[in-house]
Design a protein around this ligand. Structure first.
Ligand code: PHE
Length: 346
């Protein structure tokens, strides 16, 4: 092996021992750098006679090329090794079982709402929806509750603003304003027809009061009901309630009673209680709704003649019904969004 072959061997060995790009560049400098061995050989060519210079020069150039090729090969090997290491470090094991999200489900209160709509729908009730930010007029005044009426203090109201053409805005404290909104539309729609069809509607939705404990949430749900015709009476109300609760709780084994009460917008008014004949709540009277015959002043605000049009309204609490149906004793559980609770209703 001549000196030049030896030099190529030595360089290749140095390159092979370099395990990082930086070490490799250091090794390169020892051969191809300004003070490197190949550069040195080339410098020394100058001293040779012309014909020797030509031969030796060609040989050194070949050596240079071989060293450069070795360098390039090692550079590539190091780059590939680095990529391999990175791929290994970031590897995904696609054979691991996935982390399932699981099927979602309706919120228990939404389930109740759907049941309520379906059951009343089957009894010929329309379903209406209305604003949660309500006029003072619709929420109170139109419902026979003028300003300074003591009944206003029954509701702890969230006010949005207190001035405006209709007495300012508030978060509706009940769904009863929907009685007026719906009836007024209904009357308008059927103005001029010889016989106005009966009003039969429920209006489920969110309601708000300044109140918070195990059985009260500042946001809660109500479902309003209204049935106005020319001969609709309390016995119809009782029949509707009996039908509804038996379907809702899937049992015929329950009793219903009306307890005299007061609401400004109904006269007479009654609180509705139910009692189950069996199960954990057996024999206990549970308050589930407010109701009554719609007050003549309210019928007038519908745009109807109270001498001719008569009927009943009710308001019930879907949250309460949901608690009874599923045996939940703290209302707040419905609104904490804890999946351990909610996933039980899937
Ligand atoms: N709006 C009443 C309440 O929130 C319930 C009710 C509705 C009572 C309709 C009578 C008629 O307490």
């Amino acid at each position: 092996m001549n000196d030049l072959d030896q030099l190529v061997d030595q360089a290749s060995g140095d390159f092979a021992r370099a395990t990082t790009p930086a070490a490799l560049e250091d090794a390169k400098a020892r051969y191809l750098g300004k003070a490197g061995q190949v550069t040195d050989l080339l410098k020394r060519l100058a001293a040779l006679p012309a014909d020797e210079k030509k031969v030796r020069g060609a040989e050194i150039n070949q050596v240079k090329q071989r060293i450069e090729a070795a360098l390039q090969a090692r550079r590539q090997a190091l780059a590939e090794a680095e990529l391999d290491a990175q791929l290994k470090a970031e590897a995904l094991d696609v054979t691991l079982p996935g982390r399932r999200r699981g099927p979602g489900g309706l919120h228990p209160v939404s389930r109740s709402m759907e049941r309520i709509e379906a059951i009343f729908g089957s009894m010929g009730f329309d379903v209406a929806d209305g604003p949660e930010i309500e006029d003072d007029w619709y929420n109170f005044t139109a419902l026979n509750t003028p300003e300074d009426h003591p009944a206003r203090s029954m509701h702890d109201t969230f006010y949005v603003d207190t001035r405006g053409p209709r007495g300012g805005h508030l978060l509706r404290t009940h769904t009863s304003p929907m009685q007026v909104r719906y009836a007024v539309q209904h009357v308008k729609r059927h103005a001029g027809s010889a016989q106005m069809p009966e009003i039969r509607v429920i209006a489920p939705g969110r309601t708000y009061r300044v109140d918070s404990d195990a059985t009260h949430s500042p946001m809660f749900h109500q479902c309003e009901g209204l049935w106005i015709g020319e001969n609709v009476s309390f016995k119809d109300l009782k029949a509707v309630f009996a039908d509804f609760f038996r379907h809702f709780f899937e049992t015929d084994d329950l009793q219903i009673r009306f307890r005299p009460s007061f609401f400004p917008f109904t006269e007479p008014s009654a609180e509705v209680d139910i009692a189950f004949a069996s199960g954990p709540l057996k024999g206990k009277w549970l308050e589930v709704a407010g109701s009554g015959q719609v007050h003549p002043n309210v019928v007038r605000n519908f745009g109807l003649d109270p001498e001719r049009h008569i009927g009943f309204a009710f308001g019930m609490g879907p949250d309460r019904l949901t608690m009874l149906r599923y045996g939940v004793n703290d209302l707040r559980l419905f609104y904490e969004g804890d999946l351990r609770f909610l996933s039980q209703f899937k």
